[in-house]
Design a protein around this ligand. Structure first.
Ligand SMILES: CC(C)(COP(=O)(O)OP(=O)(O)OC[C@H]1O[C@@H](n2cnc3c(N)ncnc32)[C@H](O)[C@@H]1OP(=O)(O)O)[C@@H](O)C(=O)NCCC(=O)NCCS
Length: 333
């Protein structure tokens, strides 16, 4: 078995179909609660991976010419440039034959100098977690995946009054200039959220980085929606929630960061901006049929906020990490 870099833009149709075959079969075993991924949605998501995690490489393992396993490798930048975010998926019919382990061994020297590997969104208690610990990874965080099915929700739970002294504003795509600086500051409150012992750090936002990230999302064809709480007295943004709608899944809203500055917590601003976002996005885009989000399992406050507006927990996932050098030695440290 050999591994090779896989060019998602240029790949032959047959190879793309094989990659889809591996991912679809794995999804049925590892995440049976999910809507089966179509060929178009998979290739679309591989060509337009989520923003904020650096370039993504794909590697495949072939046996007798056929693709039997696929790795997604993200190489994040700035404060995370020591990290490789890796997910290896082996076709379920071929598991427990050493393919996953051999793939990892071959991949480690090809991680472009990264010194730590993290794996995220691994179904808790499933094959991925068992395998990861057996090859030397440590479980460093537990997250819950929550889903809000729009058609089933009681929308009166979205009628959340704005606390006195604040107002809510929203936009699509680009933050208004007047709010840019305080928006960047408020986003940094996410750095207080618990993410266990993962190394990955949320970006330290500045006005320039916000504009760069907005441009990156536009270039990827992602619709970014933001709702903010503004403190009337100072005029500053003090609470933020952000949703992304990606082009290959136009009916799904990915609820990403939500943060409230420390001095303004305890007034219900988190629930208020999230409820506002749900109202606003579904009014503008009645074709959105679900929101989904992941939150650390010990972030009980955020989980409760989500449940209050109609999210339900569908799965628990773990994140794992280990130094490349330890994994190379076979995880013996
Ligand atoms: C995780 C995954 C890549 C493992 O692939 P694999 O080819 O079956 O793994 P290996 O054969 O190399 O397994 C090596 C060892 O891991 C452990 N292991 C693997 N799967 C296991 C399972 N389902 N239950 C318990 N232990 C398991 C065993 O110790 C195994 O050795 P053994 O078969 O001699 O007992 C595969 O299960 C998969 O694609 N899972 C879904 C995606 C995922 O979660 N990836 C991990 C994140 S990076």
């Amino acid at each position: 078995m050999g591994i090779e870099l896989f060019d998602i833009e240029d790949a032959a149709e047959g190879d793309l179909r094989s990659v889809h075959g591996v991912m679809l079969a794995a999804q049925a075993v590892d995440r049976p609660d999910e809507v089966p991924v179509t060929f178009e949605a998979l290739v679309g998501s591989m060509r337009t991976p989520p923003a904020g995690f650096g370039p993504r490489r794909y590697w495949v393992a072939r046996r007798d010419g056929g693709i039997v396993a696929v790795a997604f490798v993200n190489l994040p930048d700035a404060e995370n440039s020591h990290l490789a975010l890796v997910t290896i998926t082996v076709h379920p019919d071929l598991r427990r034959n050493g393919i996953g382990t051999a793939f990892l061994r071959d991949l480690l020297p090809r991680l472009e100098g990264r010194t730590v590997v993290e794996g995220w969104e691994i179904t808790s208690g499933g094959a991925g977690e068992h395998w990861a610990t057996s090859v030397g990874f440590r479980v460093v965080n537990t997250m819950v995946l929550q889903l809000l099915p729009v058609a089933e929700v009681d929308r009166t739970t979205w009628d959340v009054p704005v606390p006195a002294g604040y107002r809510v504003e929203d936009w699509a795509g680009a933050a208004p200039d007047a709010m840019l600086e305080s928006f960047a500051r408020a986003r940094n409150a996410l750095r207080d959220a618990p993410f266990g012992e993962i190394d990955f750090q949320a970006p330290l936002w500045t006005a320039d980085r916000v504009r760069e990230a907005e441009a990156d999302l536009r270039a990827r064809g992602v619709e970014q929606r933001v709702a903010v709480a503004v403190h009337e007295e100072s005029g500053d943004v003090v609470g933020v929630t952000e949703v992304e709608v990606r082009p290959h899944r136009p009916h799904w809203a990915s609820q990403r960061e939500t943060s409230v500055l420390h001095a303004h917590r305890g007034h219900g601003l988190g629930r208020c901006v999230k409820a506002h976002m749900a109202r606003r996005l579904t009014a503008d885009r009645p074709d959105i049929d679900r929101f989904y989000t992941t939150t650390s399992a010990d972030n009980t406050h955020m989980i409760r906020v989500n449940e209050a507006i109609g999210y339900r927990t569908v799965r628990t996932q773990v994140s794992v990490k280990q130094d490349v050098v330890v994994l190379t030695l076979g995880g013996t440290q």
